[in-house]
Write a protein of this length. Structure first.
Ligand SMILES: Nc1ncnc2c1ncn2[C@@H]1O[C@H](COP(=O)(O)OP(=O)(O)OP(=O)(O)O)[C@@H](O)[C@H]1O
Length: 298
């Protein structure tokens, strides 16, 4: 099959998946506002607050000189169930901060706790969603097998695995695509599989590193809407990295602005007191956009 035809088919399949997801979402929104609130309360009670104090990170200099300080004395508290955005210019250290919270980057100094525990390594309470789904999906496994992978590792029994994968495949709008392989999916669909797989493992905290950065504008917008819906449905804590102010304002409850590196820190935090779904034509949206833009024009 020609590349153009594969692309067209992929696009058609994705559009159909998006239509189904939007329809399911519309039905769910009416049903789940109460349970979502209850789940968010439960998450808060479970104590997955992220507490960062005076956190610094330096990398050794490649040429053997002075270490390069990427983050200097970052202070931040993210409450359980919050949707927090890390916004900053390219190279300021957003991914490094996310990696520190994930536990796969070692801190140089300071304190980083999730709940009562100091973060020293990755853990099942924290899952990372990367920009490129390709590098995280197993190409030889189907959508369902990819989503169930972590559950298999945990030796979850087949009927329960099936129920969980059904739920999350449905939640990301991929019902009907369970038996496809990653090569048969569009970029947006692969990103949905990555999200479903992470959600199936039920981490309290989702760490998302520009997860929609590689998608076209339309798919990106759909995924942003879906993510807000999933976050409200599940009550997870989300920390989402982006350098796109509009994306930050569409998604976040609070936006932490990182100063340009080196020695970056969180210089300001904005509360986004706008109802979901956010409307980019809303004058309050514009005003906040202009204020945040001001940080980067200086
Ligand atoms: N393992 C590493 N060793 C040495 N330097 C690193 C390492 N990882 C990142 N850096 C440096 O740390 C700085 C911050 O990188 P990081 O990827 O955290 O920034 P970012 O804000 O996420 O950038 P972008 O928006 O472009 O993805 C960069 O100067 C980068 O070169």
């Amino acid at each position: 099959m020609g590349t153009a035809m594969r692309k067209a088919q992929g696009q058609a399949a994705e559009e159909a998946a998006e239509r189904r997801a939007a329809k399911a979402a519309a039905m769910r929104t009416a049903r789940t506002s109460e349970p979502a609130a209850a789940q968010q309360r439960q998450a808060a009670e479970a104590g997955h607050e992220i507490d960062i104090q005076q956190l610094s990170k330096s990398y050794p200099h490649a040429g053997g000189g002075e270490p390069q300080e990427i983050l200097r004395e970052v202070d931040l508290t993210v409450r359980s169930g919050e949707f927090f955005i890390l916004l900053g210019p390219s190279g300021c250290g957003k991914s490094t901060l996310l990696g520190l919270i994930a536990g796969f980057v070692a801190k140089t100094s300071g304190r980083l706790r999730v709940g009562e525990r100091e973060v020293e390594r990755p853990g099942p309470d924290r899952a990372v969603v990367f920009q490129q789904a390709d590098s995280s999906l197993f190409p030889w496994l189907t959508v369902r097998e990819n989503v169930e992978f972590g559950l298999r590792m945990k030796k979850t029994k087949a009927p329960e695995r099936r129920a969980i994968s059904d739920r999350y495949i449905g939640l990301v709008g991929l019902t009907g695509h369970e038996d496809k392989f990653p090569r048969e999916l569009s970029g947006g669909m692969k990103q949905r599989v990555q999200l479903a797989r992470v959600l199936a493992n039920d981490p309290a905290i989702l760490l998302m590193d520009e997860p929609f950065g590689a998608l076209d504008a339309m798919t990106r917008r759909t995924m942003q809407r879906e993510l807000v819906r999933i976050w409200r449905d599940t009550g997870k804590t989300v920390i989402f990295v982006t350098h796109d102010i509009q994306e930050a304002l569409l998604l976040g409850g609070r936006i932490g602005i990182m100063s340009p590196g080196p020695s970056s820190r969180i210089s300001d935090i904005y509360d986004v007191a706008l109802a979901y779904p956010r409307d980019i034509a809303d004058p309050a949206f514009h005003e906040l956009h202009a204020r945040i833009q001001g940080h980067f024009d200086e």
